[in-house]
Design a protein around this ligand. Sequence first.
Ligand SMILES: [Zn+2]
Length: 304
Amino acid sequence: MTTEQDIDNTAPGYSGVERRGRPRKKKRAWLFPAIIAGSIVLGGVAYLARQADSWLIHLYRHQIVRELSSMQTRFAATGLSVSELGRVQYDGVWFSLQVARRVQSGARNRLCVFSGVHGNEPASVEAAVRFTELLGKDPSLYPGYNITVVPLVNPWGWARNLRRNGANQDVSRTFYTKPSAEAELVKILLRAEGCDVVVDLHADHAKRPFYVTSYDNPNLAAARALAREVNARGVPLRVGAPDAVFHRNDKDAINNARPNLGLYARRNGAKQVYGVQTPRGLDIEERVAIQLLAIDRLARTAGK
Ligand SMILES: [Zn+2]
């Protein structure tokens, strides 16, 4: 007796019909579930990669993509008073958090600008540094204002283009719980500086439109006008709040899922606090321009 497995398909006269028939059916039976399973796995990996930045740190921890020294050289050259807010240490290396101040005699308001809380948002950092360069070139800008700028809250992450700090923390979520070294330094500054207006510059997902977050501000008109102005440049606004200004009340600060810099600043005396979110999908120069526009428009809310 000959079974199918015993057929010698190299034998003279063998047509191949018997052998081609059944295995091909088996192949198809496996292929479909395999494609489905593969798609689910790939989709899951892609989803996690988009949602969670925390695992990237293990891949890119030692990959430097930006030079801190060149940024610090630029910052020092602005002509403003630059000092060290403090330092954080990772892998045996110290990283400096620097602060620039523009002081005007008789100034009644203080504007405080922060950026680089998330290291993978370079447009915000660029905008803050350019803002200090503008202030250095033209001391007559923003009369009546003392100005404080911390352009790189998370220098370790910025140098690696990673959202998180060297301890794998999202610094923006560490102002009330699980304290980070960077947040502790910023908190010291916020308690002592007497900021009237705080602007915290960020970028959001590539396709998410422009929006502003606000913390218990008495007057949202300036933020809403800013959003409309950005929209007029062709940038879409995020839906869900009037003119894409998402307003949080102070009463939920402690239990807030996002206990960030803005909320801490508001609870510690800052009268007007804004977070500015530009879409990462935009060209970097356009994002820098929008961030500079935001600083300009929101600065003018002081005293109002
Ligand atoms: Zn951010």
